[in-house]
Structures are given as structure tokens and as C-alpha cells.
Design a protein around this ligand. Sequence first.
Ligand SMILES: C[S@@+](CC[C@H](N)C(=O)[O-])C[C@H]1O[C@@H](n2cnc3c(N)ncnc32)[C@H](O)[C@@H]1O
Length: 284
Amino acid sequence: MMNLEKKHIDRIRELVHSYSGIILERVATRNIDKKIQSQMKHFGMIKPDDYILILEEYEHDNKAMDELIAELTVSESYFFRNPDQFEYIVESLLPELYQHSNWKIPARTWSAGCSRGEEAYSLAMTMLHFQQENPKARFSINAGDINSKNLGAAREAVYNKRSLREKLPLFEKQFGLKLGERNENGDCTVSDEIKSLVTLQKLNLKNVRGLNCLAGSDIVFCRNVLIYFDEQLRTQLAEKFYQCLNPGGVVFLGESECFSGISNLFELVSYKKCYAYRKPLGIR
Ligand SMILES: C[S@@+](CC[C@H](N)C(=O)[O-])C[C@H]1O[C@@H](n2cnc3c(N)ncnc32)[C@H](O)[C@@H]1O
């Protein structure tokens, strides 16, 4: 196989950015060239220029680009990450939203950049718990990611200790709900009941115009994804989320992310150790 030169890596960096918005250095600093070479081998490519040609044909969907992004990105996630956000949903946000609509409108929720599904199934447990306490509450949960391997894992919904960590048992106890059955290694398979609450789909946040699927949302999780993007895309996404949210709806970001400096449309709500970006009630 021919060696990768700087010009090849630079071109691939450009293509990844233009397809996904991802700034390569923010997701993978080590072994970029080895990872690219392993993808070239996988697609039977000897010359970097030939591999670049198949990456260039992406338009809206491209298996080679998809697999390269899966290879290059780290998709760290776990259940009930930022636990105060889930507590805020149950204790404050949902009671207010449902009362505002007189319990008539189903809450529409999204996990955008859902990784292997931990976030979406945490949300499913949260919404189900709320419904058990408030039978009139109806809801839907959608989840999407650019990485098809992650979506495959989310569909399989089997998690090891790394994903389960310490917060899940606390929420299981508090909600009186089990995520699913554990095997002897401690791996957990999500129950069919919880799995059936989540609709998974491919989602590319770079395609901002294609994000109309988020329209009418009350809750959008987009956590630990914006860190990969440049300011221009983050600004466009903040605006798009705002347009797509129902009045009173919120966006949750990751702990190290914020909209300050890129959008002043939202009200900043603070609850314990978390923040939420809220579209004011009363705005259409
Ligand atoms: C670090 S994980 C965060 C997972 C989860 N949101 C959390 O906070 O635990 C980042 C996820 O964003 C996804 N991602 C990166 N760029 C994306 C894009 N352009 N569109 C959709 N998802 C993207 C990655 O595939 C990965 O699964």
C-alpha cells in the first residue's frame, strides 16, 4: 500500500469536515494515518488518490465516508450522563409543559448525536417513569447519529459496565424501573418495552436544512457533539434548534458546551448543576 502524504491527510480532513462538520483534530489526534490506511485496506484501495475519489462521491450518503467517520471518532457515552438534566425533566420541565397544553399534546423528544443509544434509553426510562406517575402524559422519542455502527449498537441495545456506570442503578431505584436483564458478566440487554419507545435513524447534523425532522420538539439532547464543530455550524445549529422547538421546549448540551457567544435567543435555565437552553413560553 502506498504511504499517505500530508496532502492526502489534508484532503481527507477537508472532506470529513465538509460531510460531517467534524474537525478531525477534535475527535482523533492519534494514529489518524493508521486509521485511514486500515479503511483503505478495507475498501481494497492501494493508492490514497483512489481512496480519496471514493470519499469524494459522498453527496448525501457514502459507505466509505461513513465507515471512516466511525473509525476516526470516539463515541463515549453512558446512561444518565449529567444526571441533573434528567431530574430537571421529571421535576420541573414535564409538569410545566404538560400542564401548559392541558395534557393534550404528546411531548416530542430527540437525542441528536445519540451514539450507541445510552442517552436515548435514559430518556426513555425518564419519560416512562413520568408516564407511570401521570398516565395522561404521552410522548415520542427519536434518536439519530451520523455513525451507522453506533446506530447498529443502539438497535442491539446490549451494554457493558462502562456504559452502565454508577448512575443507572440510582435512577432504576428512584424510578422503580429496570433497564433490562443483566447476564453473569454484568452486561445488560435493554428490555423490549424500553427499546420500543425509541425510534432510531441516521442523522447528519451538518445537513442543517435536513433537520426539519426535529420540528415540534419539546426536548432536544445534543450533548458532547458541538465540541467537534466550528463556530459557524454551532451557530447554525443553535438557530435551527430554536426554530424547531415548541415554545417552552429546551435544548440540553454537554457539560463543557454552551451557546453563549453564538446565540442569545434562548433563556438560560439552571437547575442544580445543570443548564438548559429554553425557548420562552409564549413565543411562536
Ligand atoms: C461523544 S458522543 C456523545 C454521545 C451522547 N450524546 C452523550 O453525550 O453521551 C458524540 C456522538 O456524536 C456523533 N456525531 C458526530 N458528528 C455528527 C454529525 N455531524 N451528525 C450526527 N451525529 C454526529 C458521533 O458519531 C458520536 O456518536
